[in-house]
Design a protein around this ligand. Structure first.
Ligand code: ADP
Ligand code: ZN
Ligand code: ZN
Length: 751
């Protein structure tokens, strides 16, 4: 906000005694003349409160030019509180930035950044401690392997590496049930103890050993980032390197140096990649001054973790997107691993992106931001190209594993040769080899369920959800399911429209692949992982550990199987229909396809044995597929950015998507028509502004609510914010009852 805007705003919304439950109760106060220009969101003030005008402190969350109620009755702010704790102030400023930058109410933004205050009894933090020597453990291990007690095997293996382990890590990430641990305790192999007996088991020597191992490239990055920081020039850095190239080791190094300077670190990792191995590395390095936030924690537990951070009991907070708001007193660095992941963008208001928000928080706190990825987002590469981020490359895989050999198979050729199976001849041949050799394979499909729709071959009737504008998917149990609202119906025997018996499915989902594997390779053991088979968190870890334990030869799955997890025995990855994710009407489809294929290919050959990858596609000449097969990021980036620049898509320009969700079809469309007209009236002469729509959304109806979109593109983000503010103000005036308007800046998907 500039000086004059601030001066025009005479009224301040103040939240007294801020806490999560109270954020929707702000009180408006008059700003006295003397304080005009000094009061801004995040400033702590003294105000007269209640009947007796008791002196209370509160935080300013918003300024406005107009009073919400008669000015005669309005009390004045007394003074600014000089003893303000900057933590709250920073969080409020962050919320204010998010509200202005992404569009939402201040309340929603505050609720996003402030932890829910909830007292709970001190949660039990337990540790598992090894109570016998290595030999005894190894003896037990052999015994358990013989008895196929695989959960015990996992625990014992972990204990061979580490003598003390957090209880929760074993339970949640190694998928070990409590009775298993209790039984090990009874046998005298482990002890389960409350944590406070074992504060800070950091093994300093190990940390130093790890630091000595660093390659010259790794050392250079750490030194460079730290030199900037020490010189008071914290920046944003992009580390580009394939999985296994040593990025995590660099993060650990930077964080360690920050901690050495009395600073703290926030480490963002997509939830799906919060694996046992990754978390263990952090625990090993930083002991119990590390904490993890994830979606399985209750509100109370999350609050407890943020309080520990605030009190200075933690050095590192690891977690997905929301860990960004950890109130550290001396934040030194925010690291974002896999920065290209879609999950860094919030799907609810405010629709913030963790990368941009991290840069904002870092500038508020004087911290550095480190981004890492094997396939950086176009955004990050573009910023690096422009010199806004410093880029580093890590080129080699340090674990020695060779890059996999990739074969691209043209499915049109297969069909010409008379192969109607979903496995190309090449893939079939390689799968047979793996089965014979006792090695594991992964088959990847970018879709779930039977995905394909059911249609009548006689009249063309398509089975659709009665509440949503999408076709129903056939599942193995004979049900037709809507993946948007969950609606289910039994598959009718005859076409409801013409009565024909030829109501057939277009089958191309994970379930069908599982069936096809059983048919082609009798005796093969298959596990399937997709959103349907992993409704609960537990089943997700269960399938992964079963596969890691060698309980299946082939893992069939969607996106979920290509992220995060390492299976050293996997030497073959088959990508069944690489184009599925290309044929979406979405400007990020090419990028997403490239990332997915590169990641999937990277799953093969992570152990000692070399890996092979088969990419099956109908468009072998498409640049996303060509460059993914060649593991060529630069080549992909060069072609993709030309397309974005040509069509003014992010990151070459900025885009604002406006989504109207309404019960009446005409209403949503009508409002967006008005929006478009208002924008034309006020900004029509701006040659850099593009207005697209309004139009029906790609999915025009969900749960009986109609969806319409309007897209705006402009090279200047601020101009789009201006437009959003104008439309938001108009919307407030109109006070739409049955209409929901959502703003989404630089959306990850088109609606
Ligand atoms: P990334 O995060 O890029 O996947 P990691 O940091 O996890 O890479 O490193 C991959 C593997 O290589 C890990 O097992 C790690 O311990 C090991 N490693 C990392 N740096 C070095 C190094 N300088 N020398 C030897 N091994 C290393
Ligand atoms: Zn539906
Ligand atoms: Zn029909």
């Amino acid at each position: 906000m500039d000086e004059t805007t601030i001066k025009n705003r005479r009224y301040a919304d103040v939240i007294v005694e801020i806490s999560h439950e109270k954020v929707d109760r702000a009180f408006q106060y008059l700003i006295p003349e003397a304080l005009l220009g000094q009061i801004a969101p995040g400033v702590r003030v003294h105000v007269p409160f209640g009947q007796g005008n008791k002196d209370m402190t509160g935080y300013v969350v918003e300024l406005s030019e107009e009073a919400d109620y008669p000015v005669e009755k309005m009390k004045e702010i007394r003074c600014i509180d000089e003893k303000a704790t900057t933590l709250e102030s920073d969080l409020i400023q962050t919320a204010y930035w998010m509200k202005s930058h992404y569009g939402s109410t201040m309340i929603t933004a505050l609720k996003t950044v402030l932890p829910v205050k909830q007292k709970l009894k001190q949660p039990e933090r337990k540790k598992v401690i090894r109570r016998c020597g290595r030999e005894e453990i190894e003896k037990q291990l052999a015994e358990c392997e013989r008895k196929h007690q695989t959960a015990k095997v996992r625990v014992l293996n972990a204990l061979l590496e580490e003598e003390i382990l957090p209880y929760s890590l074993l339970r949640e990430k190694l998928n070990v049930a409590a009775p298993t641990l209790n039984s090990l305790e009874k046998q005298g192999i482990i002890a389960i103890e409350k944590e406070h007996y074992y504060r800070n088991p950091v093994k300093r020597t190990e940390a130093r050993e790890a630091a000595r191992m660093l390659s010259a490239g790794q050392r250079h990055i750490i030194d460079d980032v730290m030199a900037d920081y020490r010189a008071g020039r914290p920046g944003t850095y992009l580390i580009q390197g394939i999985t296994g190239s040593g990025k995590t080791e660099v993060y650990l190094g930077i964080i360690e140096e920050m901690i050495g300077m009395g600073k703290q670190a926030i480490m963002l990792i997509p939830e799906i990649a919060l694996t046992y191995q990754t978390l263990l590395r952090f625990y090993k390095r930083f002991g119990d001054r590390v904490s993890v936030i994830n979606s399985t924690l209750s509100m109370g537990e999350k609050y407890d973790q943020t309080e520990r951070a605030r009190r200075g009991e933690l050095d590192v907070m690891i977690g997905p997107r929301s860990a960004l708001f950890t109130p550290f007193p001396n934040l030194g660095v925010i690291v974002i691993d896999e920065e290209h992941e879609n999950s860094y963008k919030s799907e609810t208001m405010p629709k913030y992106h963790a990368r941009e928000t991290a840069v904002q928080i870092a500038s508020l706190k004087g911290a550095s931001v480190v981004l890492g990825s094997a396939t950086p987002s176009l955004e990050a590469s573009y910023r690096a190209e422009k010199g806004e981020y410093k880029r580093y490359l890590l080129k080699e895989r340090l674990t020695g594993g060779m890059l996999p050999k990739v074969y691209t198979v043209d499915l049109r050729e297969e069909l010409k040769e008379g192969n109607r199976s979903i496995f190309s001849r090449k893939l079939k041949e390689l799968l047979e080899q793996r089965l014979a050799a006792g090695e594991q394979s992964m088959l990847f499909l970018n879709r779930r369920g039977y995905a394909g729709f059911i249609s009548c071959r006689a009249c063309g009737h398509v089975m659709k959800c009665p509440h949503c504008d999408v076709s129903l998917s056939e599942h193995k149990n004979g049900m037709l399911v809507c993946h948007y609202c969950g609606y289910e119906e039994k598959r009718p025997p005859l076409c409801p429209s013409c009565g024909s018996r030829y109501l057939l499915g277009f089958r191309a989902g994970t379930e069908q692949i599982e069936e096809a594997v059983y048919k082609e390779f009798p005796g093969a053991r298959v596990l399937r992982m997709d959103a349907d088979s992993t409704r609960s968190k537990e089943s997700y870890e269960k399938i992964l550990s079963a596969f890691a334990d060698g309980k299946a030869d082939i893992l069939v799955g969607t996106q979920m199987i290509v992220k995060g997890h390492d299976f050293p025995n996997v030497t073959l990855v088959g990508i069944l229909a690489a184009d599925l994710s290309l044929n979406q009407n979405d400007y990020r489809a090419g990028e997403r396809t490239f990332q997915l294929l590169t990641q999937a290919a990277g799953r093969a050959g992570r152990g000692e044995k070399p890996g092979e990858v088969v990419i099956q596609t109908y468009q072998p000449e498409h640049y996303s597929i060509v460059h993914a097969a060649g593991q060529d990021y630069e080549g992909f980036y060069k072609e993709e950015i030309v397309y974005r620049e040509l069509l003014q898509y992010p990151p070459a320009a900025h885009m604002l998507a406006i989504l109207a969700v309404s019960g009446e079809e005409a209403e949503g469309n009508g409002v967006l028509e008005t929006f478009a007209r208002l924008v034309r009236e006020r900004f029509g002469r701006d040659k850099s502004l593009y207005i697209i729509g309004p139009a029906q959304a790609a999915v025009a109806r969900i749960n009986d609510l109609y969806r319409h979109t309007l897209y705006l593109k402009h090279s200047d983000y601020e101009r789009l914010v201006q437009i959003k503010d104008m439309l938001e103000a108009y919307g407030k005036e109109q006070d739409f009852k049955k209409l929901n308007i959502q703003f989404d800046f630089n959306p990850m998907n088109t609606y």
